[in-house]
Structure formats: C-alpha cells, structure tokens
Design a protein around this ligand. Sequence first.
Ligand SMILES: [Ca+2]
Ligand SMILES: [Ca+2]
Length: 86
Amino acid sequence: MEIDNINNDEYMDVMAVTSADKVWVIDGKNGNEIWHWNATNNLYSIATGDLNNDGQIDVVVAGYDRVVTALYGNNGTIIWQFFCNR
Ligand SMILES: [Ca+2]
Ligand SMILES: [Ca+2]
C-alpha cells in the first residue's frame, strides 16, 4: 500500500496491490477508482515516485515472479518492465 497524490488535486490517494494480482489506485477524496492494472506477476510490493520527471507521480510494483513494472500514474499503462532473472 502507498499513499500519494496521483491526480494532482488537493487530496492524497491510495495505491494498493491485492491478492487478485491487481494494482488499484483509489481517489483518497471519495474512494472512487482512478484506474486499475491487471498484473500477471503475484504482486507484493508497491511504491510511488515521478520516474520520468514529468511532474506526474508514477507507480512501481514488483512480484514474486521477479518482474518489476513501472506504470504511468495518470492512466496505469506500462512505462517499462524489468525482468530480474539473474
Ligand atoms: Ca489526489
Ligand atoms: Ca511521471
């Protein structure tokens, strides 16, 4: 779980991974879904930060199958994936 203001309003939002392998981004103001991403990699970790320095907070998740995925914070599409197979 992570807390950050992903839609640049005046309220913090919630980023969570669930056992159904989904990433959920929930508007902290009203509890509505902002977006979700259907993962494939048994997620257990999530963090936020502006990875590409565009002023928009992004989301990074990692899973038990050794894949790290970076997602655009505005819509949840994939920025990149890193496969930790070494
Ligand atoms: Ca917000
Ligand atoms: Ca960004």
